[in-house]
Design a protein around this ligand. Structure first.
Ligand SMILES: Nc1ncnc2c1ncn2[C@@H]1O[C@H](COP(=O)(O)OP(=O)(O)OP(=O)(O)O)[C@@H](O)[C@H]1O
Ligand SMILES: [Mg+2]
Length: 361
């Protein structure tokens, strides 16, 4: 297992926003000193200090009087980011949401489920120089011996706040799945075999390839919580019907796996309100999605395009590099909404208890 890529440094003003603290920076700092052991001295009582995602987690638990709470013992929500059409922003939203949830203090496991390995690139892992074990390989071992999931983990942030199971192009080969019995359940079998391992996270995010493959079906079957991404363009909007029909097929053949007609949640990405066709297509999307449309619309923002995937030194999702950018604000709104919709829990406590409550100063 390699060491974590980098430790995000979260500025106090962002830490205050992320923790939902309702007091002055001075009081926040004071409270944090209590839980983290601060560097407060009589000469510099409120010396500047940045925070890490693991510290945000501790602060939130402390502020909610949940410090020392026992972790949620069961399987965390497994969110599969899906759309039949390519290029709609699945990887962009999945990676940004993962780092955002980690910044909110949730322990996140990110599984790159796309042989094109775009998310693996975003996190700065280069499979041409570093040996990786992808999720399909781990799944193929279930029932034959130890799955080896622990060895597939690449820490992105320290303290288990963000771990990655990387992908590479060899995942394209699905021959073992073709011959596997009940292949639709292949990912579910891994979750069942390694429940204790997966339970250490608060949320699992899977970035899927576009189109349909045995692997994508297997993720959809196990997740039940799909985050479908659509852009306000004719082809992605038409692709919503294709996704709906593949979900209907799953629901018909496996009634105990019932997923909503378009997954659980649909988010519009790359929206530009100055473009008339975007505005027009938004109402088409809303009528197709029938109550599953997210309240958050992610706007077209140049910062997402500047994410540098080819340079391991300067790569990383927008949210990690610029918390105040308009695109990051949309990601934060979406993450907070998903915490509620998908029931993501901080150490086993109801989302409402953690997010709905303003912290008294
Ligand atoms: N909100 C946005 N604003 C501006 N650019 C965006 C936005 N979301 C995504 N993009 C850009 O769109 C392109 C496609 O995004 P991305 O790779 O995330 O799509 P995808 O659905 O994962 O594609 P694929 O189907 O190939 O896996 C990228 O260049 C990305 O930077
Ligand atoms: Mg992608």
């Amino acid at each position: 297992m390699s060491t974590a890529r980098k430790v995000p440094k979260i500025k106090p003003r962002h830490a205050i926003a992320l923790t939902g603290f309702d007091g002055t920076p001075k009081v926040f700092r004071d409270r944090c000193n209590k839980v983290l052991g601060g560097d407060k001295t009589p000469e510099k009582p409120y010396q500047h200090r940045d925070y890490t995602p693991a510290e945000i987690r501790l602060i939130r638990l402390y502020l909610l009087s949940l410090a020392g709470a026992v972790a949620y013992p069961g399987m965390p929500p497994v969110i599969n980011v899906r759309m039949s059409k390519g290029g709609v922003g699945k990887t962009t939203l999945a990676t940004n949401l993962a780092v955002c949830l980690a910044h909110l203090g949730y322990r996140c496991l990110f599984i790159d489920g796309d042989p094109q390995s775009s998310a693996t690139d975003v996190f700065g892992v280069d499979w041409t120089t570093q040996k990786i074990t992808h999720i399909s390989e781990v799944m193929s071992r279930v029932g034959k011996g130890p799955s080896g999931i622990q060895n597939a983990i690449i820490p992105i942030y320290p303290d288990g706040m963000l771990d990655l199971v990387a992908a590479d192009i060899t995942m394209e080969n699905e021959n073992w799945l073709l011959n596997a019995m009940s292949r639709e359940y292949a990912f579910q079998r891994l979750l069942d075999a390694e429940t204790e391992f997966f339970s250490q996270y608060d949320v699992i995010i899977i970035d899927s390839a576009p189109g349909a493959s045995f692997l994508t079906t297997s993720f959809m079957m196990a997740s039940k919580k799909l985050l479908s991404v659509v852009t306000p363009e004719p082809k992605p909007v038409a692709a919503l019907d294709v996704l709906a029909s593949s979900i209907a097929e799953i629901n018909y053949n496996f009634p105990n796996r019932a997923i909503g007609p378009l997954g659980t949640h649909v988010v519009v990405n790359r929206f530009d309100q100055t473009k008339k066709p975007h505005v027009e297509l938004l109402s088409t999307i809303a009528s197709k999605c029938q109550g599953m449309l997210s309240d958050v619309i992610v706007r077209q923002h140049v910062g997402f395009l500047k994410e540098n995937k080819d340079d391991p030194e300067h790569c990383g999702p927008l949210f990690e590099n610029d918390l105040g950018a308009p695109g990051s604000r949309d990601v934060l709104d979406l993450a907070r909404e998903l915490v509620k919709v998908f029931d993501i829990r901080l150490a086993g406590h109801q989302a409402e208890a953690v997010l709905g409550m303003r912290i008294a100063a």
